[in-house]
Structures are given as structure tokens and as C-alpha cells.
Design a protein around this ligand. Structure first.
Ligand code: ZN
Length: 284
């Protein structure tokens, strides 16, 4: 039986297996990034709390098992989990949205999701073009309270977030921008949805997502057009979260202000996408 299970696991293609990294569940110290923007995620999965006098916005609910961790991070920062009024996501993959139902139940937050990701979120992952048939990537379906479109604003208190449709990785993949104030200056914050082409993604002749390659092109155009001082993303690894957090403790300039890092990341990911597209076009 064990051998048979092993053979089954080994013969499944990697894209069909839920790739759970141990770092996704490893706690990480919550910290202030800039202004009213805080990190409340794990070591491997980013989650952001944006605080306002009228309650808070949470970006990314992460895994079902992350919800308690996120709550503890919010508590540690001295805020109240029950003050989360709005829940947003980077994109509709289980590692960023599986905890949403639980967070809605616990806080009563309104769940706002980009149009292309709504069927995925509301089917608990079953409508996903790549992972819909992978049981380990499914999660409790969550009802969306407001459907977002490209350029829509999400406002709470004195904070305005803008939803930028940056599709490809998922159909409704969203990059969030906002302005944060620190020491009398205003900074452009960009929270990248995901520019990655996952293993197994078909960029050509993809019947479940015919315009996938054009969507990736659009996403890179959008990312290149956004003004960015503070570079963040769906995983801390995008922007060197751990290294920057270590620098934070040394004092000095805010390490999260990193416009060059943002431009380099976008350029590198664009090149990765183009290399993968070429590879698929050549049939290798
Ligand atoms: Zn993803």
C-alpha cells in the first residue's frame, strides 16, 4: 500500500501537487512597514494590515491554518482583529485566500475581490483554470460582497487603495497601490499580486484560459507603469522581506523604500516570462 501510494505521488506531475512550503506556516514577527501599513503574515506568506481610525483593511487571508497566526500578529501590534472591516486578496490561490471564510465569520469583514477571481473564490478553488481539479488546493468557498474592476478604489477612513488588474497568474490577479505617509512625506506603496508563471502553466493553446499570454503582457505593462517607492508583494520573498526586516532593527533609513528593487524585480520577472513563452513556442 505504501509503495503504491509512493508510486502514485511520484507519477503525479509537480503542478498537480499542492506545493506547501514549511515557511508558509512558520510564524514571523509582525512589524510596521511604513505609515499605517503593517506586515501580519508568516515567513513565507505575506498578509498586510492597513489601519485607519474607522477600522482596518486586511490583504490576504492565506491558508486556513494561517487565520489564528494572523490574529495573533494583529494582537501583538496592539490592534484588534475584530476591527478588520474589509478583506482583500492578492489573487485567488489557496495560499492567499483559503482562510477568507473563517476571517469573514470571525470579523464580519466585507470581502472584495477582482471580477476574474470571483468564480474561483466562490467555488473554493474549483473554478481555477489550473488547480480546479486538485483536491489539496481546494478550500471553503467564500461569498464575495463587492466585485472589483480594474481601477476601483477601496476606501476606509483616510485610506484609499486602488485595485489594478494584473492578470495571468490568475484571471483576477490584483496589484494593490496606496499612498502612505511618514515623517511628513508621502510614499507610493505597491503590493504586487504575482508575476510568476507556475510550473505546468500553458501559455499557448490554453483552452481554460485562452488569453493567458496576452494577460501576462498586460500585467507587465501595468507593473512597469506604476510609481513605486515601497515595494511589497504576495510573498515576502518577492521583495526580500526577511533581509529588510533585519535592516529595520539596525535603524537608519526605512529599508522598505526600494524603488530600484521594484524595477529590478519587474524586469527580471518579465524576462522569465518571455523565456518561458519562447520555450513553449519552440515546443521544448
Ligand atoms: Zn499564486
Amino acid at each position: 500500500m505504501l509503495i503504491r501510494t509512493l508510486i502514485l505521488v511520484l507519477t503525479l506531475s509537480p503542478s498537480l501537487l499542492a506545493q506547501i512550503s514549511p515557511e508558509w506556516k512558520e510564524p514571523f514577527p509582525p512589524h510596521r512597514i511604513i505609515g499605517n501599513v503593517y506586515y501580519v503574515g508568516s515567513k513565507g506568506l505575506a498578509s498586510y494590515l492597513i489601519t485607519t481610525p474607522q477600522g482596518h483593511i486586511l490583504i490576504n487571508s492565506n491558508l486556513e491554518s494561517s487565520v489564528l497566526q494572523i490574529k495573533e500578529s494583529i494582537d501583538k501590534l496592539g490592534f484588534k482583529f475584530s476591527d478588520v472591516k474589509i478583506l482583500l486578496i492578492s489573487h485567488a490561490h489557496w495560499d492567499h485566500d483559503a482562510g477568507s471564510t473563517r476571517i469573514k465569520q470571525l470579523t464580519g469583514a466585507k470581502y472584495m475581490v477582482m471580477e476574474g477571481d470571483v468564480p474561483v473564490v466562490e467555488s473554493g478553488g474549483k473554478a481555477d483554470f489550473q488547480y480546479g481539479n486538485v483536491p489539496s488546493n481546494l478550500y471553503p468557498p467564500a461569498k464575495v460582497d463587492r466585485v472589483l474592476h480594474d481601477g476601483d478604489e477601496v476606501k476606509l477612513g483616510d485610506t484609499v487603495l486602488v485595485a489594478h488588474l494584473t492578470p495571468g497568474h490568475t484571471k483576477g490577479c490584483t496589484t494593490w497601490t496606496l499612498k502612505a505617509q511618514e515623517n511628513g512625506k508621502s510614499y507610493d506603496v505597491v503590493i504586487v499580486g504575482s508575476p510568476n508563471v507556475n510550473p505546468g502553466y500553458k501559455l499557448l493553446n490554453n483552452t481554460a484560459y485562452p488569453q493567458i499570454a496576452q494577460d501576462y503582457e498586460r500585467m507587465f505593462r501595468v507593473l512597469k507603469s506604476l510609481p513605486c517607492d515601497v515595494f511589497l508583494g504576495a510573498h515576502g520573498a518577492y521583495y526580500g522581506m526577511e533581509e529588510k526586516f533585519a535592516q529595520l532593527k539596525q535603524g537608519g533609513a526605512n529599508p522598505f523604500i526600494d524603488p530600484d528593487g521594484y524595477r529590478k524585480f519587474v524586469t527580471d520577472k518579465d524576462q522569465e516570462f518571455r523565456a518561458e513563452l519562447k520555450k513553449q513556442e519552440s515546443g521544448k
